[in-house]
Ligand binder design. Structure first.
Ligand SMILES: [Zn+2]
Length: 468
């Protein structure tokens, strides 16, 4: 069998032909490599400059090859609509129908005007181009070879909106039938403890997935529990009650101001300084004096810049208070997530709920009253704690031994009336059963309970670790 390269007229059957072919293909490979290198160099350069490569994204129009795309007033409202409908939890099919109904069409050079489909909606909701590059930034994002660049174009969705869109999208994209595979996952395994003895409840499979239980292991392990240490609760019941608890958290209109005020005051108390308003005034005064000194020639440029930078940093920290390692930014992230988790809790799979539990709670952070069959208290992750408190479903516990413990109002009320065999020799708030104050198994020793949660893993909440 002989190959003849038609264009080059080579007789592959002869040694000369073979040589020629080898040389030609080497050249071809060389040119194709250099071409690719040049192209990708051009693309990388464009990305680094914050300019997109390839087709114009829906909702934007070209403003010339060297300029960033600009918002297209005709299609941009449709783009916002896609994001807003997703934030409301609507499926891609529903969104496509809504857009087609409103008269929007996707346009491309290759295919012309077309109707929206599930796939086009999904592609748009995956495209980071539309998302603000960072919190508070109004510029979009360019992604090139796995790296993110700050775009020159205007973003369509704020950073927080994009996080919401991604959270909801991720929770909707589950393979059909996967939920029915009876792989047993317990939402609260390792997180639920007996409110009376403080021992982690054991997950216990039932005959059907819906009849799984959490069970107090105290009796089996021959450890003391005021309730006898053998009671159980249906996993499904805990899941529903936790959903109701989330549902009952309604952030007041001014929650941002409130939490910020609390944080700032606490941060200043921690630092042993004065109230935020006074501190801000003092810093601004100092800044003004520095400017005066500099303008009168008493300060060198270098000293002036260093001093002013220090004052500005202090002012910035005043605006962005950090308490116990939790920044204002992280609380805002948490606040953006909370409504979505609440909204989707019932519809989510066990695995998804499990992931949220890990995000929301400290390990062993759900105290369950097995007698009254209700959630007694929780220890949220620090970034969620302030939000939960603002939501009004909880009392903060004054118990110094369990920092961050939030007791549910409902349980506290019930517990005042009910007789929960209180072990009165234990110190701590009278309304709390022993497990919440000091686990009975350590017999009221005033040392911190062994289930004191470790410090949270900050990466699990930060925007940096999240994949888009
Ligand atoms: Zn117990």
């Amino acid at each position: 069998m002989a190959f003849i390269a038609v264009q080059e007229q080579i007789d592959y059957g002869t040694p000369e032909g073979m040589l020629q072919l080898t040389i030609l293909s080497a050249f071809a490979a060389y040119f194709s490599d250099t071409l690719a290198k040049h192209t990708s160099k051009g693309k990388a350069e464009r990305a680094a400059q914050g300019l997109p490569n390839g087709d114009l994204p829906f909702g934007y129009r070209s403003a010339g090859p060297k300029n960033p795309p600009e918002i297209d007033p005709e299609t941009h409202p449709g783009l916002r609509m896609i994001g807003e409908l997703r934030m409301q939890g609507r499926t891609s099919e529903e969104i496509a129908d809504a857009l087609n109904g409103a008269g929007y069409r996707t346009g491309s050079k290759r295919f012309g005007q077309r109707l929206f489909t599930r796939d086009t909606v999904n592609a748009i909701l995956r495209n980071e181009f539309y998302a603000a590059f960072a919190p508070g930034d109004d510029r979009g994002t360019i992604r090139y070879k796995g790296r993110r660049f700050r775009g020159q174009h205007q973003a369509t969705f704020t950073y927080e909106e994009w996080q919401q869109i991604r959270t909801i999208t991720a929770s909707m994209q589950r393979a059909p039938g996967r939920a029915r595979l009876a792989r047993r996952v317990y939402e609260f395994a390792g997180y639920i403890v007996c409110a009376h003895c403080g021992l982690p409840l054991r997950s216990k499979p039932g005959a059907r997935p819906t009849s799984s239980y959490y069970r107090d292991p105290a009796k089996l392990r021959q450890l003391p529990c005021p309730l006898g240490g053998h009671r159980m609760v249906k996993a499904e019941v805990v899941q529903q009650q936790f959903g109701q608890l989330l549902e009952s958290i309604r952030l007041p209109e001014n929650w941002q101001d409130e939490i910020r005020k609390q944080l700032t005051t606490l941060a200043l108390e921690e630092a042993g300084r004065r109230a935020p308003e006074q501190e801000k005034e003092r810093l601004l005064g100092k800044r003004a004096r520095l400017v005066k000194l500099y303008s009168e020639g008493y300060l060198s440029v270098r000293d002036f810049e260093a001093e002013v930078a220090a004052v500005d940093l202090a002012l910035y920290q005043l605006e962005q208070p950090v308490l116990a390692g939790i920044s204002w930014e992280e609380i805002q992230q948490a606040a953006a997530q909370l409504p979505q988790i609440r909204h989707l809790w019932e519809r989510a799979t066990t695995e998804e709920r499990r992931a949220w539990v890990i995000q929301l709670l400290e390990p062993q952070g759900l105290y369950y009253d097995l007698e009254q069959q209700m959630i007694a208290a929780i220890t949220p992750r620090p970034s969620f704690a302030a939000l939960f408190l603002q939501g009004g479903a909880f009392h903060a516990s004054e118990n110094k031994e369990a920092v961050g413990l939030l007791v549910t109002k409902r349980w506290r009320k019930r517990n005042r009336r009910a007789s929960v065999s209180p072990t009165t020799e234990c110190a701590g708030p009278a309304e709390l059963p022993t497990g919440l104050a000091f686990p009975a198994r350590i017999k009221c020793t005033p040392s911190p309970p062994s289930h004191t949660p470790p410090r949270p893993v900050r990466a699990s909440l930060g925007p940096r670790g999240r994949s888009m």
